[in-house]
Structures are given as structure tokens and as C-alpha cells.
Design a protein around this ligand. Structure first.
Ligand SMILES: NC(=O)C[C@H](N)C(=O)O
Length: 485
């Protein structure tokens, strides 16, 4: 069930928050041995909050839309006093002494938190196979990956072990697992959500966002976490609208652009068909579909894997065995640091630190890093011009459906290619959403991606909601995800 349906039941006293929380925990215990979305649990705290919510309801106090509805967050978001591991050996025993801003906001709205969710180590990856701590399966078929890096966040919602979740998206990490697991994944505008308390991967790209059962729930969670924060210097100032007001089924006259570069040779035939059908749906609903061109987007993947890795090499320098995380003792400082970093980081993280350090080093800085920054600016400019012609853009979320475990682990480039449709969006800082749009011949879900200009979440949600209302058959629950209340 969705947040909005469950909220209505709580308000009508058909169900108490404690009953709901107990039911979700019981279901979670049933599916987790197969799915493994969680890295840690906080059931006691969850039940205590649920009890407090029931008291508020009984006393006739007003409660927020999210109050008492069990959710969970990715393990790179800090909750005071609970381990935040980033699915890394390096932070396996790290307990944050403070709350992320999003957690503060959620707790003030009676957040029932079931635990912390698995991910690719430090959010580096597209399948959650890079987690050093657990292997998460796709709820639709346990032979398949859930996507990544917010694989736990997507799998929890798809398997019903959380009603909603938070993930983070640096190059597609919310939208791609959303697409692979058949749930809605929203990456807000860079700066709409505070990054304070999100453990950094690539600071100019990272953004927190919701994974939910439907578009309405995405708007509800966005309302709960959006807003300016003086503790994040890149946070956008000003009031945020009520995003649920954008949930209107009307796309008449809306101009929807399809960038031709996103429909090249590498696109899986099932995915292409599903996106073309989505365009037809919009046409039938009275929207105008136009072809647009984003020629520089072909450089986006290269630019992303230079900029993100450069920032990662700098951000991850802090794990030196002295201030945070694990330490392997040795006779001197350099040896201690080397041994700690060798033992604490997995292969993919080490590869990225090496490449990131390389592109920032003297002699290569101009050739790689600076050039990538210039490409980033051109990509952003191209999106800006596209949005002078159209209101939103429609693309695939990923070029393929979910793949099987081990299929891409030996070939990092083929894994990086799964990000080809999502990374341009992070480089430009604009909002994007993945909405379930159909299924592949292998039975796995396929998401479509909608994009809007900076702080254009309202038109984005309207376009997404309209599609969802028109084509409800696209948004199915994985068989394993049916919760009995
Ligand atoms: N972190 C992300 O947004 C995912 C992307 N696949 C990466 O590995 O960088």
C-alpha cells in the first residue's frame, strides 16, 4: 500500500500505527532472507514512534502525512546513534554523532524508521554488488540485481519491507534501481534537498531523494525533506511549494521533448518499445511530442566519470585511519594509512580513488578535469536551450532492464554504460524521475525517465502523475511485495 492510502486508514482509525508497523516488520522478516535490502534494523525505535503517533491520533492532534508510515533510509544518510556504514568495511562500525538534516525533518514528522538500507560501497556502482556487507536481490527475480547504488532502497519498497525509502543519486543511483525494481525514483534538483549528513561521494552531484510505490508518495516525501538549509552551502534559498498540488492529471498542450541521442544503437529493444508506447500515451492525452537534440550528451558519461572520481578521491582522503572509521595498526603513519585504506576499501572504490587522483594531478588536470568541467557547462547549456522549446524531456531511465548477478562485474565500463541516460541530469543539476512504464520480455520492470528544468519538480510530477493515472497497469507490485495487514 501507499503512504496516502495508509495515512487515510490511520486517520479513519481502521488501522493503528502500531498494527501497521508490526505488519510491515512481520512481512520484512518473511522477505528479507531472499531480498537482503537491510544492513541494520531499528524495530524497537520504530514501534515506540508508532505508539506515540497512535497517542497523537487518539488525542485528536494533527499528524503529518508520513507520521507512523514505516520507511527506511540508505546507509549513507546519518542517523544519530545508529551505524552508517556506506556498505564499506571502512565505516562498518561508524556511529554518527549527529542527524542529517533530512533525518531531523523526518523525525519532527514522526518518522517510523525500520533500519538502514544496503547500497554499493560509498554509492559507487550500479548493481549493489559493490556492497562489502550484503548481497541484495531484485524482488522481481532473485537471480537479478536490484540496480544501484540505492539497491537496498529500491528493493525494500518493491518487496514491501518498507512503504517508502530514501536513496541518494550522484549519477542515477535513485532512478536506475527504481527502474530495475519497478518503483518510482525521484532525484530532485541539486540544492533542493540538504546534503548535510549525507556521507559524500561527489559533492557537486550528490542529491538525496525518495523511492516510493507511486508518484503521489514521491511528492509527499519530497514535501517532507525539501527546503533550504544553512548547513549546506549549495542549498537553494527560498520557500518550497506544496508538491502534492502538482498531482493533476492533465498534460494537454504540454510539450514533451525526446532527445534523439538517447535512442541510439545500444538501447535494448524492449526498453525502446516501452518508451515509444509512453510517448504514444502522452500524445493521446493531448501532449505534443517533439524531437530535440542534445549533441553534447555523448560526452556526459566520460565527463561524469572524471568529475565524480576527482571529487571522490578528495572526499575519501579523510579515511586515513586517524579521524574516521577503521584503522590497521602499523609502525609508522604512512604504513598505517596505506594498510588501512587497502583493507578498508573494496576494488571499485580503490579504482575510483586512483583514477580520480590521476585526473587531478599536475600535468593531467587541464587535459582531463578542466576539460570535463567545460563539457559539463556545455551539457547544462544544451539542457537550458532544450527547455526553451519543451516543458519536459522523456527518455529511458537505463538502456537495459536489470541484469543477472556477475554479468557485468568483470567489465566496469559496461556497468558504467548503464548510467548513460542518467548522468547528464546530475551534471546539469536538473530534476529527474523514473516512473514504471512497462516490462521487458524477461519479465523485469522498465522505467521511463522524465526531466524538467532546475526547480521544475512541479511540472515533472504533473507529467509523471498523469502517465501513472492513464496507465495504471504499468505500476505492478512484485509478487513477493504483497503485505497482509
Ligand atoms: N552513484 C551513482 O549515482 C551511480 C553511478 N552508477 C556511479 O557509480 O557513480
Amino acid at each position: 500500500m501507499t503512504i496516502h492510502e495508509l495515512h487515510a486508514k490511520l486517520m479513519a482509525k481502521e488501522l493503528s500505527a502500531v498494527e501497521l508497523t508490526k505488519a510491515v516488520i512481520a512481512h520484512k522478516e518473511k522477505v528479507e532472507p531472499t531480498v537482503h535490502a537491510y544492513l541494520s534494523d531499528s524495530h524497537e525505535e520504530a514501534l515506540a514512534t508508532a505508539e506515540a503517533v497512535d497517542k497523537k491520533i487518539a488525542a485528536g492532534e494533527e499528524i503529518s502525512m508520513l507520521a507512523g508510515i514505516p520507511g527506511a533510509v540508505k546507509d549513507n544518510i546519518c542517523i544519530q546513534g545508529q551505524r552508517a556504514t556506506c556498505a564499506s568495511k571502512m565505516l562498518e562500525n561508524f556511529v554518527p554523532p549527529y542527524n542529517a538534516t533530512v533525518i531531523e525533518k523526518l523525525q519532527s514528522q514522526d518518522f517510523v524508521s525500520l533500519g538502514k538500507l544496503n547500497m554499493d560501497e560509498f554509492a559507487m556502482g550500479g548493481s549493489t554488488e559493490n556492497s562489502a556487507l550484503a548481497k541484495t536481490s531484485n524482488p522481481w527475480n532473485a537471480d537479478y540485481v536490484p540496480g544501484g547504488s540505492s539497491g537496498g532502497s529500491a528493493a525494500a519498497v518493491a518487496s514491501g519491507s518498507a512503504v517508502w525509502s530514501l536513496g541518494s543519486d550522484t549519477g542515477g543511483s535513485i532512478r536506475q534501481p527504481g527502474s530495475y525494481c519497478g518503483v518510482v525514483g525521484l532525484k530532485p534538483t541539486y540544492g533542493n534537498i540538504s546534503r548535510y549528513g549525507l556521507i559524500a561521494f561527489a559533492s557537486s552531484l550528490d542529491q538525496i531523494g525518495p523511492l516510493t510505490r507511486d508518484v503521489t508518495d514521491a511528492a509527499i516525501v519530497l514535501n517532507a525533506i525539501a527546503g533550504h538549509d544553512h548547513r549546506d552551502s549549495t542549498s537553494i534559498a527560498g520557500e518550497r511549494p506544496d508538491y502534492t498540488k502538482s498531482l493533476v492529471r492533465d498534460v494537454k498542450g504540454l510539450r514533451i521533448g525526446m532527445p534523439k541521442e538517447f535512442f541510439g544503437d545500444g538501447l535494448n529493444a524492449d526498453v525502446r518499445k516501452v518508451i515509444e508506447e509512453a510517448a504514444d500515451t502522452y500524445r493521446k492525452m493531448g501532449a505534443e511530442i517533439v524531437e530535440v537534440s542534445l549533441p553534447t550528451s555523448k560526452y556526459a558519461l566520460s565527463a561524469y566519470y572524471i568529475i565524480a572520481l576527482a571529487e571522490a578521491s578528495s572526499n575519501l582522503a579523510r579515511y586515513d585511519g586517524v579521524s574516521f572509521g577503521m584503522r590497521v595498526d602499523a609502525d609508522n603513519l604512512v604504513e598505517m594509512s596505506t594498510k588501512t585504506r587497502t583493507a578498508g576499501f573494496g576494488d571499485e572504490v580503490q579504482r575510483r580513488i586512483l583514477l580520480g587522483t590521476y585526473v587531478l594531478s599536475s600535468g593531467y588536470y587541464d587535459a582531463y578535469y578542466l576539460k570535463a568541467l567545460k563539457a559539463r557547462r556545455l551539457i547544462k547549456n544544451e539542457f537550458d536551450s532544450a527547455f526553451e522549446q519543451v516543458d519536459v524531456l522523456l527518455t529511458p531511465t537505463a538502456p537495459n532492464t536489470a541484469f543477472k548477478f556477475g554479468e557485468k562485474t568483470d567489465d566496469p565500463l559496461s556497468m558504467y554504460l548503464e548510467d548513460i541516460c542518467t548522468v547528464p541530469v546530475n551534471l546539469a543539476g536538473i530534476p529527474g524521475i523514473s516512473v514504471p512504464a512497462g516490462f521487458g520480455s524477461n519479465g523485469m520492470p522498465i522505467g521511463m525517465q522524465l526531466l524538467a528544468p532546475t526547480m521544475g519538480e512541479e511540472v515533472l510530477l504533473r507529467a509523471a502523475y498523469s502517465f501513472e493515472q492513464e496507465r495504471p497497469e504499468c505500476n505492478k507490485i512484485a509478487p513477493i511485495g504483497e503485505v497482509t495487514l
